[in-house]
Design a protein around this ligand. Sequence first.
Ligand code: RTP
Ligand code: MG
Length: 139
Amino acid sequence: MTTNRTFTMLKPDSIEKGNIGAILEKINAAGFRIVAMKLTQMTENDAKAFYAVHNERPFFGELVEYMTRGPIVAAILEKSNAVDDFRALIGATNPEDAAEGTIRKLFATSISENAVHGSDSDENAAIEGAFHFAGREMF
Ligand code: RTP
Ligand code: MG
């Protein structure tokens, strides 16, 4: 299995609820190495660009408002099979459908406010990581 990278954001609800430490503990326990990490806040333009793939969806406006309302923790993570293993760790988009023990089951509020983001492909992981971090911020 080759080592590769994924990109994550702890979304504004996770920061508001004081869940940064608990979520990072789950990520650490699952064997991900932190390549890059920071507290940051997305502008409206940032969120519209980051989630451009969803711009025709009915929830797009709500998504942009949610993702820009406060700081996030952005991070690049490394592990064997990182993208798929991280998606498994966070669970289904809707926490009601997420498996027991997953980050969304434990920490998400709803399908809209679901605690964490995880890249859906190696290609998007690279694009999303480069969106938030310069090369000299990756270790
Ligand atoms: P993400 O990209 O954030 O890791 O989430 P995902 O792949 O599980 O879900 P995706 O379909 O990419 O949707 C992106 C984010 O939009 C919000 N959403 N709201 N109200 C709704 O029906 C709805 N559906 C999606 C969620 O914040 C979701 O994570
Ligand atoms: Mg997605």
